[in-house]
Structure formats: C-alpha cells, structure tokens
Design a protein around this ligand. Structure first.
Ligand code: KIV
Length: 265
C-alpha cells in the first residue's frame, strides 16, 4: 500500500473511500497500527490524559508532543502522521504557532492539528505560508473544556449549529486539508460533510463523516473509563495486562518462575 500523503485524503473523499484514523503516542503501537492499515495516525494531545495521567489535555507541552512525535515517526511506515498542537502553543501569536508547529514537522509529523474555527484563520494562513499542512478541529474541542463547562456535545441548538457550520466553511476556505468533528449531532455532521470538499473525520459525530478517529487506548480498553458513549471497545487490554502481571507475581512468590525452561543450565 502506498504511503498516505496530505492530498490523498481529499482524493479518498472524492472516491467515497472512508478514512481510518487512530491516535498513537509510541513506537510499538505505531508499528501495529501500520500493520493494521490505519491511514492517519494522530499524535493526539489526549496523550496528557491517557499516557501522562493529567485530568485534561491542558498541561501538555510542546516538548511532550515533539518527543512523542519522534517515537511515532520511528515506528511509522505508511500512515500520515498528524501532530496535535498543545494548549498555548499556537493561540498566542502566528509567529509562535509557526515556530512550534514547525518543530513537529522537524520531529517527523507531516501535518499538525489545531483546535478552533474562524478565530484561527490568520494563524492557519501563516502556517500554510510556512508550508505546514493543517488539520482543523471543531465541535467539542477539549482545550475549551472550561469555556464549555465540561466535555459536552456541541451544536445542539440552532445558533451553535450555524456557528460550527460557518467555522467548517471558513476553515476549508483558509486551506485546511481535513477537519475533525468532535461530539456534534449527526445531522450537523452530515450537513458539514456535504458542504465541504475536504474530508471530515468524526469522533462522536456519527457514521456520516468521511472518516473516523478514536483514541487508541479507548479502542483497546486500556483507559480506565468511564468511556464516552461514542467509544466502541474492540479489546479489553487492561484486563489482559492486569491478569498477566498477577500471574507473574503469583509465580514469583510461589517459586514457580523461573522454571527450568527459563533458566540457563
Ligand atoms: O487529542 C486527541 O486524541 C484528539 C482526537 C480525539 C481527535 O484530538
């Protein structure tokens, strides 16, 4: 299979081919996702919650994101790598945004993702001038958690819904190559997906989007939970890993490990 490049996503939408995206934060997971044929790997700032133990994405730094981008890039062969820009790395000025986003390309990403709608247009244009491809992210944007008063579905009333649709159109006009739609009603996601030529990648936005993304730790059942309604767990790795560690502990305590098979004579 060919390496996925930025313009390929638009072609996939034109061919009505679904785009499969997942997050990854490390070398081994990235290798596995490549073996599974995942098209887009997002080094998400969800890193803060699922790997670094924070209660939100807000404490994640540029250094965290560039370190994990390097790990992912080393494990990657085919997928398009998009790195999420952490809180305050792109909101302060276009100059800061270009510098910090550029660091992610130097670390091995092929594109970056920034949260926000029309208010981000001048920053996005500056990034494109610096030849940095940008993925948008609207709807329930986790870096706005305090403004929203929690992780709540966005776009449920007419005013919100109109604003999110207008943001999507403004982002497309500014030149983003795809947009993540997070936690919006399906009817709104359908309207946006039909209105745009660039693909929508949904998370909690229904099957109507051009592609789907999930946090890999949620899909694998590694996160502690509670899980949002939109997550489907395809495995229960937390249980499997915990059972393996308990069996090992029990074997060591009972003198059953190492046995003759696992020792040198
Ligand atoms: O940080 C992240 O993992 C994300 C996805 C959930 C879209 O932004």
């Amino acid at each position: 299979m060919n390496k996925v490049v930025v313009p390929a996503l638009r072609d996939m939408k034109a061919r009505k081919e679904k785009i499969v995206a997942l997050t990854s934060y490390d070398f081994v997971t990235t290798q596995l996702l490549n073996e599974a044929g995942i098209d887009v790997i997002l080094v998400g700032d969800s890193l803060g919650m699922v790997k670094l133990g924070y209660s939100s994405t807000l404490p994640v730094t540029v250094e965290d994101m560039s370190y994990h981008t390097r790990l992912v890039a080393r494990g990657n062969s085919r997928a398009l790598i998009v790195t999420d820009m952490p809180y305050l790395s792109y909101q302060t000025s276009a100059k800061d945004a270009v510098k910090n986003c550029g660091l992610m390309l130097k670390a091995g990403a092929q594109a970056v993702k920034v949260e926000g709608g029309a208010e981000m247009i001048s920053t996005i244009k500056a990034l494109l001038t610096a030849k940095i491809p940008v993925m948008g992210h609207i709807g329930m944007t986790p870096q706005s958690v305090h403004l929203f008063g929690g992780y709540k579905v966005q776009g449920k009333n007419k005013a919100q819904s109109r604003k999110i649709l207008a943001d999507a159109k403004a982002l497309e006009k500014a030149g983003v190559f795809a947009i993540v739609l997070e936690c919006v009603p399906q009817t709104l996601a359908r309207k946006i997906t039909r209105a745009l030529r660039i693909p929508t990648i949904g998370i909690g936005a229904g099957v109507v989007c051009d592609g789907q993304i999930l946090v890999v730790d949620d899909l694998l059942g590694l996160s502690l939970g509670p899980y949002p309604r939109f997550v489907k767990r395809y495995a229960d790795l937390r249980k499997i890993m915990s059972q393996a560690a308990r069996r090992y502990a029990s074997d060591v305590r009972q003198g059953k490990f190492p046995d003759a098979l696992h020792a040198y004579s």
